[in-house]
Design a protein around this ligand. Structure first.
Ligand code: BGC
Length: 750
């Protein structure tokens, strides 16, 4: 399924034929087609327009829209369909009705697989990094960058939109998601989708649902009770859906309470389509469809890629009446109405354009400056003063040449190849890729009179002696992450803790810059002067980091995830399933019309007990268990200080008003956080984020802000009533700068 190492060569020939096809396709006359069909009338609603198209469609055409190909041909040896843009997916359009094909591309943190087509794409900071900004406008900008670059490259659908919450902090894909809290994640990814769809590109949310770890993602069964499910992972989806009304939702590989997500009636029909009023379509994760009948009736609308279940088999099932025609119509209606709603029919992607790399880089830098979090600043070591520094020792993580990026289907191809060892072409699956944004270069630019040197950090003793005589040592450490794997622990890999400890012992002015996919442990935290979480900071990352280190820009980011002190403090001290060993298993398959059985060695399906934390994910878990994290959710320092006062909640309990004053001497932007403690009857021993906002303040300035409390965050899911409900009793509304420090309290009664 993956265009990894193995299939890349085979793909080359297909790619050549795709290029020829594309060249022909590109000759189509540009500009909107003259109105020819009743559904061309833009004054009609997307639903009406879809109905009008549907009436004209043959059974064959209806089947054609509910499956597609991936990276070229539907089956090996087939021709590449005309109009296929060589992305992760393609669904041919219906030319006679003026319905364009859908070209889908992975674009979690920028458009993927550009190298194969000789294109460039902007690498944005990781989604988790961007979530540290708590800036919903920044999230829209993020989506806007992706949307305009997809369009420029001839794609009309993104399959980014990752929103699985950080239930498993060692999950290899956390960098593609927006953290542990449903309100923050839902608001950030919802706004990202809004920005993307404003570019007339369709978007999806993924992976629905409970794909919170990569270990055994195709075979594990997530076990979670309904209340906990609705107040955690599903709430993040619900909030994002309300904000963005995305075109699609991608169902995940794993099972939930026994059924695969892509054939899970409760998840798809009942929660997503009925309760969340989702009007778009559900497409399967790549290869995540497992049946025709069950999946079609449970709410799956499109098999991707391939046609094993939603091709001839579905056509036959419809003809036999096993799947009602009305259900197939519903699948097609959902796809067509989303195409009209996002504007991909009224605003076709052709002709292609040359994207503006400079604009993309500037936007990426802006987002990075809001994303990078200052975690420790002892004795005011930061900001660095170029006037007094004579020498700076940079160490580790290829900080001489670049910044780290995340891998898997979120990998963006680095311009010029991997900065830490260029080879032609795009990245190989699982490769650790550095982008050419050099911290060394931009730190030198900020401190022109200082001697700024670099040591690779591969030998702790050599790095320590290199650092010893410098005024300041900046150690870069990394945690490469990619789809398909989790980290065995929260520790930094490759003995980097020893590197930091050695440098810190040699130089008391040591600052650590983390380039990590998610939270890590820091046994040396008390022994260094400064700690900065840069995440995977994107193509403008080095400039952003240098601006923050030297105080040209003030820090404002706050953590979207808790950092535990040790793995043992997590709900699952080990990633479930990681230590399972393959056992003999019988598999049955069909070849040349014969059903065959074979014994293979594989890991047996297993359960992941999500009831252990239930809805108490992240900071809620730490509060409930009375465990102190290393750095709490919502925490982040700045070069100024703020005071909070005068919290009031309106009579209806819909808004919170509070005053924030900048008590320091630098301008800054503070993220105000409002939490709710629900009535005792809720049975919860934690608080819930209910509102947040960014406030820009000059030195000495005060502002009074009013934030909307999200009613879903003040509700519990009542299983008997099958509904979210506020409960009678006393609600404490708390406000402050982090989940661990909320000095203001107001009380309301319901
Ligand atoms: C991933 C999806 C991705 C798809 C297509 C799957 O393996 O889980 O996130 O969109 O591949 O690349």
């Amino acid at each position: 399924m993956k265009p990894g190492k193995s299939c890349r060569h085979a793909a080359t020939l297909l790619a050549l034929s795709a290029v020829c096809t594309l060249a022909l396709h590109a000759q189509a006359p540009p500009g909107p087609a003259p109105a020819q069909h009743p559904w061309d009338d833009r004054s009609l609603s997307p639903d009406r327009r879809a109905d009008l198209v549907l009436k004209e469609m043959t059974l064959e055409e209806k089947i054609q829209l509910v499956h597609g190909s991936g990276w070229g041909a539907l089956r090996p040896g087939d021709p590449i369909p005309p109009g296929d843009n060589w992305g992760a997916g393609f669904v041919p359009g219906i030319e006679r009705l003026g319905i364009p094909g859908v070209n889908l591309q992975d674009s979690a943190v920028g458009v993927r697989l550009s190298a194969m087509m000789g294109r460039y794409s902007t690498l944005l900071p990781s989604t988790l990094g961007a979530a540290s900004s708590w800036d919903v406008r920044g999230a829209q900008l993020y989506g806007d960058v992706i949307g305009r670059e997809l369009r420029a490259q001839g794609f009309n659908m993104s399959i980014g939109g990752g929103i699985d919450i950080t239930r498993e902090p060692r999950n290899g894909r956390n960098f593609e998601y927006a953290g542990e809290d449903p309100l923050l994640a839902g608001s950030m990814v919802g706004n990202l989708m809004k920005g993307l769809q404003a570019e007339h590109v369709m978007g999806d949310l993924k992976h629905y649902a409970f794909n919170d770890q990569e270990t055994g993602r195709n075979i594990y069964n997530a076990v979670i009770d309904r209340r906990a499910a609705r107040e955690s992972d599903l709430l993040a989806f619900q909030i994002a859906l309300q904000i963005a009304q995305p075109s699609a939702v991608m169902c995940s590989y794993n099972r939930v309470d026994g059924d695969y997500s892509c054939e899970n009636d409760w998840l798809l029909n009942r929660v997503l389509k009925q309760d969340f009023h989702f009007k778009g379509w559900v497409l399967s994760d790549w290869g995540g469809t497992h049946s025709t009948l069950k999946a079609a009736l449970a709410g799956l609308d499109q098999e991707m890629p391939g046609d094993q279940y939603f091709g001839a088999a579905l056509e036959q099932a419809v003809q036999d009446g096993r799947v009602p025609m009305s259900r197939l119509d519903d699948m097609d209606h959902r796809i067509l109405r989303s195409m009209f709603a996002a504007g991909i029919i009224d605003h076709p992607v052709m002709p292609r354009d040359v994207l503006d790399p400079f604009r993309g880089r500037d936007d990426a830098q802006h987002i990075a400056e809001e994303s990078i979090v200052l975690l420790r600043n002892e004795a005011g070591i930061l900001p660095l003063d170029p006037g007094t520094l004579h020498s700076i020792a940079l160490i580790g993580s290829h900080a001489d040449v670049g910044v780290l990026s995340g891998g898997g289907s979120a990998q963006v191809d680095a311009p010029g190849g991997n900065a830490a060892g260029a080879h032609p072409g795009g990245a190989n699956w699982g490769e650790t890729v550095y982008f050419p944004s050099s911290p060394l270069e931009y730190i030198r630019e900020h401190a022109p009179n200082a001697k700024v040197g670099f040591n690779p950090g591969t030998d702790p003793a050599a790095a320590a002696s290199f650092a010893r005589s410098a005024d300041v040592a900046v150690v870069f450490v990394n945690q490469p992450m990619h789809e398909g794997m989790d980290r065995p622990s929260l520790s930094l890999p490759d003995d980097q803790d020893a590197l930091v400890s050695a440098v810190a012992a040699a130089n008391p002015h040591t600052i650590v810059v983390l380039e990590t996919g998610g939270p890590v442990t820091m046994p040396w935290a008390q022994r260094v002067s400064g700690i900065i979480e840069a995440w995977y900071p994107g193509i403008g990352g080095a400039q952003a980091l240098a601006n923050l280190l030297f105080g040209t820009v003030n820090f404002s980011g706050k953590l979207p995830v808790s950092f535990a002190r040790r793995d043992a403090d997590l709900p699952h001290p080990e990633v479930t399933g990681m230590n399972l060993r393959p056992v003999p298993q019988q598999i049955t398959f069909t070849r040349d019309g014969h059903t065959l059985t074979r014994t293979i060695m594989a890991i047996a399906p297993f359960e992941v007990d999500y009831n252990r934390a239930g809805a108490a994910v992240g900071y809620k878990w730490f509060q409930e268990q009375h465990i102190q994290p290393l750095f709490p959710f919502g925490f982040g320092l700045s070069y100024t200080t703020y005071a909070y006062s005068h919290l009031t909640v309106d009579g209806a309990g819909r808004t919170a008003t509070l005053t924030i004053r900048n008590t320091g001497r630098r301008a800054g932007t503070e993220i105000a956080e409002v939490y709710a403690r629900l009535p005792v009857a809720a049975g919860e021993h934690y608080e819930r984020l209910a509102a947040f906002g960014r406030v820009q303040l000059a030195p000495g300035e005060s502002k009074t802000i009013t934030l909307d409390l999200n009613p879903l965050c003040l509700s519990i899911f009542n299983v008997q009533a099958d509904a979210m409900q506020e409960i009678p009793g006393r609600y404490d509304i708390l406000a402050g700068p982090s989940s661990a420090y909320t000095p203001l309290v107001a009380t309301i009664r319901r």
